[in-house]
Design a binder for this molecule. Structure first.
Ligand code: SF4
Length: 270
């Protein structure tokens, strides 16, 4: 989905600010990084949206154009459209009138102060909600299982629909065609609400206040402070120390290497 520029506690950065709560306020005033990858992703999303709208016979407007368009993008956005149409087709087998929403603004501010995001595709059929996110990146595979970004979208979607439909189950899918990855995870609405109250809310409160502990990890990869962050640098230093610490005892391998070396010395001096 496109970057959520206005939300300090946005869904797309949730993995970071839930693991390192002070990072949200630390990076709030920093310039957004505009990368070719982000621009490419935005172009692919626009094409996905247009194709799905057309396939669902919704108002689609003119086909979006972009400098980033390629045959590969055409193919992958076709795959996404086909995946969505399959999902809708499956839902129609059991539900007469499934509800579909595309690029839907989702508000989860009842759990996360000023929290909102945009869901690429939502489908409600009977007691099940489906949330689909398209990712055009090919650097790192992203999985749906306990993915906080997807869980926030799902909470925003429940916020929209739960008073109209009796949703019992939520299925989240990350469609990442450049890595041939379709990752799906299902959770009950009850468990999702429980997570929101017990895990999400306390973390979001800390993050909104800029409190908590700086903790580095895989989530630093997309942090705007990553190159100057003290906590991250210190954790690298700790790792380096462990790496270079000489062992107290010589291991068998070192001993063997030593014997071999002596052997060579002896031969060369003979
Ligand atoms: S680089 Fe990592 S540890 Fe530092 S603020 Fe960002 S997320 Fe936290």
């Amino acid at each position: 989905m496109p970057p959520e520029v206005h939300s300090v506690l946005g869904a797309s950065a949730a993995d970071r600010w839930m693991n390192c709560t002070p990072s949200a306020q630390l990076t709030a005033g920093m310039e957004d990084e505009t990368t070719t990858f982000a621009a490419e992703g935005t172009a692919a999303h626009a094409l996905c949206e247009w194709k799905v709208r057309k396939a669902l016979k919704m108002r689609a407007g003119r086909r979006p154009t972009s400098d980033y368009w390629t045959d590969e993008m055409e193919e992958f956005t076709d795959d996404y459209r086909d995946f969505i149409m399959d999902l809708v087709g499956q839902a129609k087998l059991t539900c007469k009138d499934p509800v579909t929403l595309i690029e839907q603004h989702l508000d989860f501010s009842c759990y996360v102060p000023d929290g909102f995001g945009t869901g690429d595709f939502l489908l409600v059929a009977d007691k099940e909600l489906n949330v689909v996110d398209f990712k055009y990146g090919r650097g790192v595979a992203v999985y749906a299982d306990h993915n906080p970004q997807m869980m926030l979208y799902a909470l925003g979607a429940l916020n929209l629909f739960d008073c109209l439909y009796d949703i019992e189950q939520v299925t989240m899918t990350i469609f990442q065609p450049r890595l041939s990855s379709i990752s799906t995870w299902t959770i009950s609405a009850e468990e999702l609400y429980k997570w929101a109250e017990e895990v999400l809310k306390p973390k979001a409160e800390l993050a909104a206040k800029g409190e908590g502990e700086f903790i580095s990890g895989s989530w630093c990869r997309f942090c705007k402070a990553r190159n100057t962050c003290r906590a991250r640098a210190e954790s690298f230093l700790e790792l380096a120390k462990m790496e270079f610490q000489p062992p107290a005892l010589l291991s068998d391998v070192i001993f063997c290497e030593r014997k071999e070396w002596i052997g060579i010395e002896e031969r060369s001096s003979a």
